[in-house]
Design a protein around this ligand. Sequence first.
Ligand code: PMT
Length: 410
Amino acid sequence: MGSLNNKRVLLGITGGIAAYKCADLSRRLRDAGADVRVVMTEAAEAFVTPLTMQAVSGHPVHQYLLDPGTESAMGHIELARWADIILIAPASANFLAKLASGRADDLLSTLCSAASAPLAVAPAMNRQMWHNRATQDNLKTLQQRQVLILGPAEGAQACGEHGPGRMLEPVELVDAIRNCFASGVLDGLNVMVTAGPTWEAIDAVRGLSNRSSGKMGYAVAQAATEAGATVTLVSGPVKISSPDRVHTIDVTSALDMLDAVNQYIDTADIFIAVAAVSDYRVAHPATEKIKKTGDAITLELVENPDILAAVASRPQAPFTVGFAAETSNIETCAYEKLLQKNVDLIAANQVGDSDSGFDADYNSLLVIGRDYKTLLEKQYKTRLARKLITIIAEQYHAKNTTQDSRPQAR
Ligand code: PMT
C-alpha cells in the first residue's frame, strides 16, 4: 500500500485521446491506497467506456447530472463532499474554459463548483489549442483560484504534431497527487495522539465505555503523519485499522492509556487528546461475571486521572491540544476546559447529532486558543483533520517563535 491510503480521489475524465490512459491511472491510484470514484463527461465516453472505468475503479461510474437514480444514491453534492481531492485528467481546453467561467452544465462541472476539496487538472490537447490565448487566460484564472495545473508534457501528439499538450503519464500524476497531501508543516516533529473510547471493566464481561469509534483521532494521526510528523497513536478499543506509518499502541482502560502516554510523552513536541476517556472507573471490578440476583446493585465509581491535564502540567510540557465533546454552550464550555486543563488549544465539537461527532464520518470543530478562534465547518473527518493539523502547526510554530525571540535571562 502507498501513501494515498484512505484518500478519496474523484477522477474526472473529459473528452480527449489521453482518456485511454485513465484505466491505468485509476489502477495506480488504487495501488497507492486511494479510494477512486470516476465521473465522465459525455465526450470522454468516445475515448474510454464507463464499463472499463467501473471495472478498474471498483465502483459504478457517474455520468449524468439529472439522473434521479444516481442522485438518490450518490448525487453531485454528496460526491463533491466525498472527495478529498478532485483530479480532472485529461482536462480538455473546453473543460478548462468551463471551470474558468464557473459554468455548471454537466455532472463534472457542477460538482467542481460545489466542492471545497482541492482541484487538480491535467490538461491534454493539441499544441495550438494549448497556446491559444483563451486557453492560457483560462489557465491563469484557474491558477489564481489555487487550482493545481499538472503538466502538460511536451512531445509527439496524437494529431501528428509535436509540442506541449500531452497529458502527464499516470505515474507522474499519482506522484503529484501524493504531494498534495504532504504539507511538511510538522516536519521533524514528534506528535502523540490519543483516540477512541476507554473500557472500564465492571466484571469479566461487562464494562463502561462510550460511542467513540476512533475515526476522528485516527484521521488526526494520519493527517499529522502526512504533515511530516513521527506519530505515536495511543488508542482505546476500536474496530478500524491503524493508519499508515503510525506507531499505534492499543490500550483498554484510562489507566492503561495514561501508562502508555507516560511511556512516550518525553519525546513528544505536540500532544493531541482526541480520546473519549471515561471520567470514572469501577472501584472494584469483579473478576467473574456478576450473577443476576433480582436485587438492585450499586457500582462504586472512582474518578480517573485526567490524562490531558497531566500532560499539560508537566514541567517541559509539549504543545497540548484537547478536544471537547459538548452538547450545548460549546464555546463557553470549551474555553473553560482550555483554562482548567491549561492547554494551548481546544477543538470543540457538538455531540448528540447522529451524523456528526461520535461514531460518524462527519464532524465540525470550533478551535479555540487564548487569543484564537476559528470554526471548521462540518465535513469528512479526514479532511477536517488535515485542516486542524494546519492550525495546530501554525499555532505551535507561532508559540515557539515567540518563546525563542524572548530576551534570554543572563
Ligand atoms: O471517535 P469518534 O467516533 O470519531 O468521535 C470523535 C469524538 C467525538 C470522540 C472526538 O471528536 C472528541 O470530542 N473527543 C473528546 C471527547 C471527550 O472526552 O471530551 P471531554 O470534554 O470529556 O474531555 C476533554 C478533553 O480531556 C479531551 O481531550 C479528552 O481526551 C481529555 N480527557 C478527558 C478525561 C480524562 N480522564 N482524560 C483526558 O485526557
